[in-house]
Design a protein around this ligand. Structure first.
Ligand code: ZN
Length: 116
């Protein structure tokens, strides 16, 4: 019950100002409070996950509420809530990791062509 009222406190100001909190971007179906979950929060900033019950598309939103207003940035995603929660705490990949992955893939492709 506490979580529900806490969520309501966060999303009410957002819902009053942003259509994205009421209506799915993909199918225009209604988004209810049940479809919105908090992934993470820090001070007055929140990461929210919205799952459309009609078309199963998801949105991950970053919202910030302060004295001068409300800021909201969102992106369509195929992440479910558990994925969003898991990836939020994961360290970002760095350039070295990307280069290693590229070189490994390149080596595999190169060896494949040598076998012909
Ligand atoms: Zn939808």
């Amino acid at each position: 019950m506490f979580e529900k009222s806490r969520l309501s406190q966060i999303i009410e100001p957002l819902r009053s100002q942003f259509m994205i909190m009421k209506e799915c971007l993909a199918c225009k179906g209604q988004i209810s409070d049940k479809s919105i979950k908090i992934v993470a929060e820090e001070d007055n900033s929140y990461m929210l996950h919205l799952a459309c019950p009609h078309c199963q598309n998801s949105l991950v939103l970053l919202a910030s509420v302060n004295d001068i207003g409300v800021g909201l940035v969102g992106m369509m995603s195929d992440l479910n809530y558990d994925d969003a929660k898991r990836l939020y705490t994961k360290e970002p990949i760095d350039e070295d990791y990307l280069l290693d992955a590229y070189q490994t893939l390149h080596k595999i492709s190169f060896n494949k062509y040598l076998n012909f």
